[in-house]
Design a protein. Structure first.
Length: 217
């Protein structure tokens, strides 16, 4: 990609070919590390939101088999805060990771980061319309939100896999898309438990793998 650093190094013309090659390799490694560094953040914040948030909702929903019951008036706002708390850092990290870089990657990273809260807000608006206008049942709303946000994250990780040629993002995207398509058949609140135990740990493991990969760069 046609990226270039904002800073220029004086005396480049005086460098020997091998020094110039080392300089180019260092710059390339720096750009790659700048983009790779943001990936674990996406994994950990969304993994935590999925695991904790959906377990809370499952423990609060009518018909739950959870040994510990949580009031829905507590679980629902906490879940919303966790999703928002995952979307905002995703946007910030995506935008800030491009500081000092101009070109295609600057645009791609910014759009990728901002897509999380934009799409998340759109999903919430559709859900509100289903509830208030279409008067959808609580069970239908539960299936919608659970699968819709999983599809959002799966699509974003799929885009990330294409942009950064990341196999681990591709694997996680597939897991999330399959979970989005399949957990609804468990009904509410079983779909919430299935989503928490399937997607949450997958994302957290992905974050650990990404951290290990980042250290090797």
């Amino acid at each position: 990609m046609n990226d270039e650093r904002d800073d220029t190094l004086p005396g480049d013309a005086d460098l020997r070919p091998e020094d110039m090659l080392a300089l180019i390799e260092g710059e390339t490694r720096g750009v790659k590390r700048a983009f790779t560094a943001q990936v674990p953040v996406y994994y950990f914040v969304w993994g935590g939101a999925w695991l904790v948030g959906y377990l809370l909702l499952w423990s609060a929903w009518e018909g739950t088999t959870s040994p510990v019951r949580t009031p829905l008036w507590i679980a629902a706002p906490v879940f919303g805060a966790l999703i928002l708390g995952a979307a905002v850092p995703s946007a910030i990290v995506g935008v800030r990771s491009n500081r000092g870089i101009r070109g295609v990657s600057d645009f791609v990273g910014t759009v990728y980061g901002l897509s999380w809260p934009i799409l998340g807000t759109a999903i919430a608006c559709v859900g509100i319309a289903m509830q208030r206008v279409a008067e959808a049942s609580s069970g239908a709303i539960a299936i919608y939100y659970t699968s819709a946000y999983a599809l959002l994250a799966g699509a974003m990780y799929l885009a990330g896999a294409m942009i950064w040629r990341s196999i681990d993002q591709l694997v996680i995207a597939i897991v999330m898309i399959v979970a989005a398509a399949g957990t609804g058949f468990f009904g509410a609140p079983g779909n919430m438990l299935a989503m928490a135990l399937t997607v949450g740990p997958t994302l957290i493991v992905g974050g650990i793998i990404s951290m290990a990969r980042l250290r090797s760069l």
